[in-house]
Ligand binder design. Structure first.
Ligand code: HEC
Ligand code: HEC
Ligand code: HEC
Ligand code: HEC
Length: 442
């Protein structure tokens, strides 16, 4: 049995990208059945890395444009190739990440993956966006049938059934008020589906973010031929065996792809060979990704220019909103009441549940979202976070500049109409003006 080749600590990727971690490991005694072979390309957490920044050579690996080229090359060599991902494509933190995420989803579509596991981070744009992305997602314990329990990939004689398990404990929606659960914890259902796939002669693959020990104890791996565990590092891990299950650990940030060449007999893995394929800049960008990439850059630029425009307006004092601190100077009593109310911490509460980037949430938790001169993000418009004076009274610049002699835009509004902008049935089911108003009267 050959030993794994060791790689030098600093790899000169330009020359060596094809000569990598090679392991040949027989699984046990040879079978009498006729063997077939199957090549699997696998990847894990892209974590929002649409492309490498290219600031240093060592970090200049990966990106969807090179991945498209490499996959096309590999498919040309072997049209039977199976290409799967354990998911975790997105990483959404700031407002700019939304745009990138949308392009990652549309870019990934062009790569022709056979199956992609769903991870919680992929839902950062909302589940609707993910479902509509047209990608071959799999979520074996999704709460309804809008996502498949598994995907069957057929290549000649070989069949692969791909499963993916989302840990309900890690749901970001867990602490959110009134939110429903998106997954169930039906481990028995997973077992039944895995067993059925084995009975149908498929090789079963399960992707999950659960650590290996928990996956083994919590989910059970009896009917799992290949477990893809979470990517913890940029580097791919060496495959290992857990009982009879081959455990793969993909690297993160999309810098490399993993490859396992399997020898199959009787619906089981007999032996495997493992290789890691990095994607340095010697791999040309795929021609077919060109239009997509140009659109992406144009969209990023347009968003940037819009921000610059907003910033200019603000610096020239053109935003009609001024923020609570300005109101405080003349209305200290009202300010004091407001600053002790929950309205003042409405944005912090959004951050606490990890949703301060989601426009569908932000709109009611800040001042003037989507209005000219209103809240954009924390770095640009931090003075407009939370539900403030101007959320109810309307933009106050004209009032301030006139020392109070110009009344506020909403001064003729019904009080209840002010509240109804946000205290809607789905978000504030218990809202009754007469009981709510006394809590914030000023
Ligand atoms: C239409 C306006 C509106 C939208 C949209 C909205 N919220 Fe709220 N949110 C409210 C109101 C109003 C309350 C106060 C409810 C109450 O106490 O009656 C609230 C309260 C909250 C709280 C505080 C709960 C507590 O226990 O104090 C959190 C957290 C929160 N929302 C998160 C979210 C998230 C996450 C989203 C997006 C998925 C969202 N909100 C979208 C209006 C909205
Ligand atoms: C949640 C909505 C809301 C917020 C937030 C809010 N107000 Fe008000 N404010 C009202 C309502 C409603 C009234 C009562 C109007 C009335 O009685 O007709 C009011 C009354 C006032 C009045 C008194 C008007 C009068 O004739 O007595 C002043 C001044 C005022 N608000 C200033 C502020 C300032 C300053 C802030 C921020 C520090 C603030 N408000 C925040 C809703 C709000
Ligand atoms: C430079 C001082 C000053 C600042 C700053 C100021 N106000 Fe006023 N505000 C006044 C004066 C004076 C009045 C009383 C006007 C009157 O009664 O004719 C007033 C009245 C009001 C009223 C009741 C009358 C109306 O038009 O609805 C509200 C509400 C109000 N202010 C809200 C605000 C808010 C919100 C801000 C911040 C955006 C703010 N004010 C900033 C001076 C100020
Ligand atoms: C711009 C959106 C918005 C408007 C307008 C608004 N609210 Fe709210 N309100 C919220 C949000 C968001 C929260 C939850 C804040 C938190 O806890 O993070 C909230 C919370 C509250 C709470 C605290 C709830 C509790 O149980 O302690 C009261 C009271 C309240 N609002 C009253 C009012 C009244 C009365 C009005 C109208 C005069 C009003 N709000 C207008 C968004 C709004």
């Amino acid at each position: 049995m050959p030993r794994p080749l060791s790689i030098p600590p600093v790899l000169k990727f330009r020359r060596w990208w094809l000569l990598l971690l090679l392991t040949l490991t027989p699984f046990g005694a040879g079978s009498v059945m006729a063997a077939s072979s199957l090549s699997l390309i696998y990847s894990g957490n892209l974590d929002g890395e649409l492309e490498p920044c290219g600031c240093s050579e060592a970090g200049d690996l990966g990106g969807l444009k090179r991945r498209a080229t490499l996959l096309d090359q590999l498919r040309a060599e072997n049209p039977q190739l199976v290409v799967i991902s354990s998911g975790g494509l997105l990483h959404v933190e700031g407002s700019g990440d939304r745009l990138k995420s949308e392009y990652i989803l549309s870019g990934f579509k062009r790569l022709g993956y056979d199956a992609i596991g769903l991870q919680w981070r992929d839902l950062a744009l909302g589940s609707a966006q993910v479902l509509e992305a047209g990608l071959p997602w799999v979520a074996s314990n999704w709460h309804d049938d809008s996502l498949p329990v598994s995907r069957l990939i057929e290549r000649g004689e070989a069949r692969i059934a791909f499963f993916s398990w989302l840990d309900p404990q890690q749901s970001p929606l867990q602490q959110m008020q009134g939110s429903h659960t998106l997954v169930d914890g039906d481990v028995a259902g997973l077992h039944r589906a895995l067993r059925q796939a084995k009975a149908d002669g498929a090789i079963t693959v399960l992707a999950t973010e659960l650590p290996l020990k928990l996956a083994a104890s919590g989910l059970g791996l009896e009917d799992v031929d290949i477990l893809i565990q979470r990517s913890a590092y940029e580097e791919y891990g060496e495959p290992s065996l857990q009982g009879k299950t081959l455990v793969l650990q993909p690297g993160s940030r999309g810098m490399r792809l993993g490859r396992v060449d399997l020898t199959l007999a009787d619906g089981r893995i007999e032996s495997w060979r493992h290789a890691v394929l990095p994607m340095p800049d010697t791999i040309a960008d795929a021609q077919k990704m060109r239009g997509w990439y140009e659109d992406y850059n144009a969209a990023v630029k347009a968003a940037y220019l819009k921000r610059v425009e907003l910033r200019k307006q603000r610096e020239q004092g053109q935003s009609p909103f001024v923020g609570e601190e300005v109101c405080q100077t003349c209305h200290q009593a009202a300010y004091k009441v407001w600053s002790g109310s929950d309205h003042a911490i409405a944005y912090d509460d959004l951050e606490a549940v990890g949703k301060s980037f989601d426009p569908a949430c932000i709109q009611c938790h800040v001042v003037g979202f989507d209005k000219p001169g209103g809240f954009v993000d924390m770095s640009m418009t931090g003075h407009l976070m939370g539900v403030q004076c101007e959320s109810c009274h309307g933009a106050g610049r004209a009032h301030v500049e006139a020392q109070g002699k110009v009344s506020l835009p909403n001064s003729d509004w019904d009080k209840e109409k002010m509240c109804a902008q946000c205290h809607t049935q789905p978000h504030s089911p218990g809202f009754v003006f007469d009981s709510y108003w006394p809590k914030i009267r000023h």
